[in-house]
Design a protein around this ligand. Structure first.
Ligand SMILES: CC(C)(COP(=O)(O)OP(=O)(O)OC[C@H]1O[C@@H](n2cnc3c(N)ncnc32)[C@H](O)[C@@H]1OP(=O)(O)O)[C@@H](O)C(=O)NCCC(=O)NCCS
Length: 134
């Protein structure tokens, strides 16, 4: 699993108890996952379809540096399934895990369309190669 994104937990990210707000973390994860899906499927028209149980394993506190990890676990016909782990960058303690996030590849009409991908692409995908209006 690649941990591409790091976040520094700031006052505006906290809940009233003083720890990282779950909704904020989920927003970060959704964005991380859609970027991963866009790059893997080389198409900017992908949407969140399904997110499985979310396990908030431990909390993060103001000032913590956390990192978001995403990995594709299955390539369907029009979908991509990923798993996610968030951990403390310093202690490596798990903060959250999600077994299944499903994103769907759409055409310009917003209809699911085959993406043709079967495995993780590690090579750099140039931004000009990502379909935006097809
Ligand atoms: C995404 C959307 C176009 C899919 O429409 P749909 O009629 O469910 O499409 P399909 O039945 O053809 O399924 C598309 C893919 O999603 C998968 N899928 C559908 N429902 C699923 C579910 N509950 N769990 C996991 N995968 C699911 C299907 O297996 C299929 O994948 P595959 O082609 O790789 O086998 C439609 O559900 C939609 O617009 N949803 C809203 C998306 C959105 O707004 N997301 C942002 C929310 S904040």
């Amino acid at each position: 699993m690649n941990f591409y994104t790091r976040k520094w937990v700031k006052p505006e990210d906290l809940n009233p108890n003083g720890s990282l707000f779950g909704g904020t973390l989920l927003r970060w994860i959704d964005e991380e996952a859609v970027i991963y899906a866009i790059v893997q499927l080389a198409n900017s028209h992908v949407v969140t379809k399904y997110i499985s149980e979310i396990n908030f394993v431990s909390s993060a506190q103001q000032g913590d540096i956390i990192e978001l990890g995403i990995e594709a676990t299955n390539f369907g016909t029009t979908s991509i399934t990923m798993r996610c782990e968030v951990r403390n960058k310093i202690t490596r303690k798990t903060i959250l895990s999600i077994d299944k996030l499903v994103f769907v590849n759409l055409n310009k009409e917003g209809t699911p369309t085959p993406h043709g991908r079967t495995e993780i692409t590690y090579a750099y995908v140039g931004i000009d190669k990502i379909k935006k209006d097809e």
